[in-house]
Design a protein around this ligand. Structure first.
Ligand code: 5GP
Length: 139
């Protein structure tokens, strides 16, 4: 299926929709998930128009995994959690809801259960505070 240029992450990348950004380089953008499965849930997207990992170029995939690792380290430090959940869904059948490739970095503290996927919107002011804490921990 052709890439849908009207998906929300494509709009964010074009500056037509807002996001609470954490990190950006020439190939990737990282921002707070609006409906986090845990406090500090960050999404990493390639700037390339690719619906999922299988459509992404090798260079795009390399850039995404490097940014994902970088964000995971910062999130772990900022939130002080023992575990980090990294997830990446490909296709609606696998649960993907936004058709632009993305990686989830979700803090996972011992003994906690992650919230439902894409279910409850967090207040922007809370997300902004968390974004600042994560940015401060980026190497
Ligand atoms: P997927 O189901 O495609 O793997 O994940 C999509 C993610 O995007 C979900 O975790 C959902 O909470 C998040 N999301 C959906 N719409 C928006 C939005 O407009 N802005 C942001 N920052 N996150 C979104």
């Amino acid at each position: 299926m052709a890439y849908d240029t009207n998906n929300i992450f494509a709009k964010i990348l074009r500056g037509e929709a807002s996001c609470i950004s954490v990190y950006e380089d020439d190939k990737t953008l990282a921002f707070m998930d609006l409906m986090p499965q845990a406090e500090g849930h960050v999404l990493i997207v390639p700037k390339e128009a690719a619906e999922n990992l299988l459509d992404l170029s090798e260079a795009g995939a390399q850039a995404c995994i490097l940014t994902t690792r970088r964000i995971a380290l910062a999130v772990k430090k900022a939130l002080g959690v023992e575990g980090i959940h990294v997830a990446q869904l490909n296709g609606a059948a696998a649960g993907q809801t936004v058709p632009h490739c993305h990686f989830h970095v979700i803090p996972h503290a011992t003994g906690t259960v992650l919230r439902m996927h894409a279910a409850v919107r967090a207040p922007d002011d809370e997300l902004k505070v968390l974004a600042q804490r994560i940015k401060a921990c980026l190497a």
